[in-house]
Design a protein around this ligand. Sequence first.
Ligand code: LMR
Length: 400
Amino acid sequence: MSVFTRLPLVPGDPILGMTDKFNADPDPRKANLGVGVYLGEDGKVPLMAAVAAVEKDIPALGAAHPYLPMSGSPDLTKAIQELVFGANSEALQAGRVASLQTLAGTGALRIGAGLLALTSADATVMMSDPTWENHESIFGRAGFKLGHYRYYNPELRGIDFAGLLEDLGNAASGSIVLLHACCHNPTGYDLTPAQWDEVVTICVARELVPFLDMAYQGFSVGIREDAAGIEKFANSGLPFLVANSFSKTFGLYGERVGGISYVTTDADEAERVMSQAKMVVRSIYSNPPTYGAKIVSTILATPELKALWEQELYGYRDRIKAMRSALRSGLEAAGVPGDFSYITSQAGMFSYSGLDVEQMQRLRSQFHVYGLDSGRMCMAGLNTRNIDWVVGAIASVIEG
Ligand code: LMR
């Protein structure tokens, strides 16, 4: 009898586990449409030119390794605030935003949850149905009750906005509402600016606690446009949280760089929130690592590098859009029955294909095309070399 005897085997993470399966597949025709990682035309994670330029000047060996503060690099948190809220944000000028560097987006969500556990331990975390699988894990393991609001309607092939409003309208005051700021994961359907206005109004009226997750800023329309919902919440005066990640936007997946921002009522509240959030960090990992923070903060503080980064990020966005068009036109040209316009109307990295588990499994077993069992496919894994193969594979599983 061991302390671990009663621990059951779990099936593993549906997203990162798919990467393991993809890596283990020796077939040269394989395509990785599983994890949300931007792959270039060569099927590899690219090194951004702005990142490479900064790395030349960061000594890899022979430099000391001091601690960062618990809240992370001040240069990074300043950059986070300007990127997420806009440099002219009233909330920033009023000093009512407390931001900390975190271990990317997942770490930001976890540190946000850690603070909410102090203020709102009995609250339900309402998530979109469906949402990123890890949202359930993060908030469930942090001890919250989990609930859902209606989001995707497969018949409409879009957002059930009336259902969303009704569910938020019925949420208990103080409920935490997890929202995807842009590039909804997994569906690719985002709220319009007018819909954001309605969501803000209902959150204010019901005294809900919005928590916005922004992992793909710039992958839909543009850096400021993709933060429209965040800016609207900031202008509303309602306290809320934002988790942001630099994994996808800077190609710094393994460096774990991101931020949590608590938008509070005033500077005094922000100071108290910061003091508590630092203790949450202290009890989990003490302080964040330096390397990725240095890269991101240097790029965002240097106008030429920032311009180079933006240009490359928008190049990523446009390549994904081109791949969406190629997939749609490929399926249409092959005469596959169905309306494939959804592929080009969704935003960001993901396409929610509507294929069922059996079809997704067939894509893997017969064609070595790896998407998620939910039907989610990462469009950034397509390139001009694998597109015909993927079109043929999807056509085969749709046509039976
Ligand atoms: C995804 O949804 O595939 C990405 O956000 C990567 C991850 O950590 O799940």
